[in-house]
Design a protein around this ligand. Structure first.
Ligand SMILES: *Cc1c(COP(=O)(O)O)cnc(C)c1O
Length: 428
C-alpha cells in the first residue's frame, strides 16, 4: 500500500490542528505510522486519499451499522438540507425520531437530543445529581463516557490508549466526586456504597463495555447492580452510546432484560451525523428545563439534518426483523475463522464477542475488566494492526477498541479478512 497523499496531508494537518487530528483516537500514536486520510466510503469499504480500499471494521467508531453512505440516510439528509439546515425552533422531525426511539427502547418515556455521546452522558449525570440531590457518581475503570471532566477518571478508549486515563485539567474537586469501581466486580461497588452512605447519585456503566475492547457483563452482574441501586436509592445509568440500537433494537436493556433508570445514546442514533441523546421515565426527564430546574440546552440540538439522518437510520433498523441475527452470524463467522487461524499459529489470544461487537486481545487469560484487558501484548497488536492495514483491512488503531461489524459486510469480505489474519499471523 502507498500512503503518499495521507502522509502529506498529515504533515500539513499537524501545522494547524493539534496532533493533526480532531479526535486523538484517529492518530496512529499507539501503533505508530501515519493516519490514513479518508476520501470516501460506500457499504463495507472506505477509500483513502491514495486510492487504497479497505474493508472497514471501525465504521466511524460505531454509527455505520448498515454500512457507509447508506442510501436512505443520504437521501434524507439531502432532502432536508434543501429545506434549511437549522432553525433554532422545534420541528416535527424531532417528534418523529423521539416517538420512534421511545417505542424501540424499553422503559423510557421521554428523550432529549444533544450533539454527541459526551454531551449525553454529561447531561445525564447532571440530571441524576439534580434529581437525587446527591453529588457522587460511580464509574467503572476502563469505561468511557465521553471527555467531560467527571468521566476522565480511569477512562477507557483514547484516554487509555494515550496513557492519560486521568487527564490534567480535571480539578481535584471534580475527581473526588467520581468513585471508581471494577467492571464485573460487584464487591467493588458494594464497598463504595458502604463507604459513601447516601452520597451516591448514580452508577454509570457501559452495560456491555466497548472501550477497553469488548467486554460483556458476567452472568447476573447487571441484575445485581440493579438490585444494589434499588436498595440504596441510586440511579442506574446505562451508557448505551455504543450498544444502543446495535446489540438489539432496544439496546442492552432489551438484550439482557435489565432496566436502567436513565439511558444515554450516540453513534448509531445519528446515522453518521453528530447526535447524542439521553432518556428516562417522565418523572426524571421532566426535572429538566424548561419543566424542571436542571438546566441543559443546545443551539444545534435536534438539528434537522442530524434528526433526518437518525430517523432514517432508526426506521431502517426497526423495519429489519433479521438484522440483529445477520449481524451476529457474521460476527460469529469472523470469530470462528480468526480463532482457527490464531490457534493453528500458536498465538496467545482472547476473543470477546457479543452481537456485532468483537475484539481480539493478544493474551491468554480471559479479559473481563480493565486490568485483564491491559495484559494484552501491545507489540503483537501493533504488528497485527499494520499487517492487516497493509492487506486492506482497517481495524481500530488501538487494542482497547472494539471492532464494529456492519450489515454491509459480505461473507466474501469476511473470508478476505480471515485470509489476511492467516498471512499476518505468520509475522506475529
Ligand atoms: C463514543 C462513546 C461516548 C462518547 O461519544 P462522543 O459522541 O464521542 O462524544 C460515550 N460513551 C460511550 C460508551 C462511547 O462509546
Amino acid at each position: 500500500m502507498m500512503y503518499k497523499r495521507s502522509s502529506a496531508l498529515f504533515k500539513e494537518a499537524q501545522t494547524v490542528i493539534p496532533g493533526g487530528v480532531n479526535s486523538p483516537v484517529r492518530a496512529f500514536k499507539a501503533v505508530g505510522g501515519t493516519p490514513i486520510f479518508a476520501k470516501s466510503a460506500k457499504g463495507a469499504y472506505v477509500y483513502d486519499e491514495d486510492g487504497n480500499r479497505y474493508i472497514d471494521y471501525i465504521n466511524s467508531w460505531g454509527p455505520m451499522l448498515l454500512g457507509h453512505a447508506f442510501p436512505p440516510v443520504v437521501d434524507a439528509v439531502i432532502e432536508r438540507a434543501k429545506a434549511g439546515t437549522s432553525f433554532g425552533m422545534p420541528t416535527e422531525l424531532e417528534n418523529k425520531i423521539a416517538e420512534l426511539a421511545v417505542s424501540m427502547v424499553p422503559n423510557i418515556d421521554k428523550i432529549r437530543f444533544v450533539n454527541s455521546g459526551t454531551e449525553a452522558c454529561m447531561s445525564a449525570i447532571r440530571l441524576a445529581r439534580g434529581f437525587t440531590k446527591k453529588e457522587k457518581i460511580v464509574k467503572f475503570a476502563g469505561c468511557y463516557h465521553g471527555h467531560s471532566d467527571a468521566f476522565l477518571i480511569e477512562a477507557g478508549s483514547g484516554a487509555v490508549t494515550f496513557g492519560t486515563p486521568n487527564s490534567p485539567g480535571v480539578t481535584q474537586g471534580t475527581a473526588k466526586d467520581t468513585l471508581l469501581a471494577t467492571y464485573n466486580d460487584l464487591g467493588s461497588v458494594e464497598k463504595l456504597i458502604t463507604a459513601n452512605p447516601n452520597e451516591i447519585a448514580a452508577i454509570i456503566i457501559e452495560p456491555v463495555a466497548g472501550n477497553m475492547g469488548c467486554i460483556p457483563p458476567k452472568e447476573g452482574f447487571l441484575e445485581a447492580l440493579r438490585h444494589l441501586c434499588d436498595t440504596n436509592d441510586i440511579l442506574l445509568i446505562f451508557d448505551e452510546v455504543m450498544t444502543g440500537f446495535r446489540l438489539a433494537k432496544g439496546g442492552v436493556q432489551e438484550l439482557k432484560g435489565v432496566y436502567a433508570d436513565m439511558v444515554c445514546f450516540g453513534k448509531v442514533i445519528g446515522g453518521g451525523l453528530p447526535v447524542g441523546a439521553f432518556a428516562a421515565r417522565s418523572e426524571i426527564m421532566d426535572y429538566l428545563a424548561p419543566t424542571g430546574p436542571v438546566y441543559q440546552a443546545g443551539t444545534l440540538s435536534g438539528n434537522p439534518l442530524a434528526m433526518a439522518a437518525g430517523l432514517a437510520m432508526l426506521k431502517a433498523i426497526n423495519a429489519d426483523k433479521g438484522l440483529m441475527n445477520r449481524l451476529e452470524e457474521k460476527t460469529k463467522y469472523l470469530h470462528v475463522g480468526m480463532a482457527d487461524v490464531l490457534d493453528r499459529n500458536n498465538i496467545d489470544y482472547t476473543i470477546n464477542r457479543i452481537g456485532s461487537m468483537i475484539s481480539v486481545h493478544f493474551c491468554k487469560d480471559k479479559v473481563v475488566d480493565f486490568k485483564s484487558a491491559a495484559k494484552g501484548n501491545n507489540d503483537t497488536f501493533k504488528t497485527f494492526f499494520h499487517g492487516m492495514l497493509n492487506k486492506g483491512i482497517y481495524i481500530a488503531p488501538s487494542a482497547f477498541e472494539s471492532w464494529f461489524i456492519t450489515d454491509a459486510l459480505s461473507y466474501q469480505d469476511l473470508n478476505e479478512t480471515i485470509a489476511a489474519v492467516e498471512q499476518v499471523a505468520k509475522e506475529l
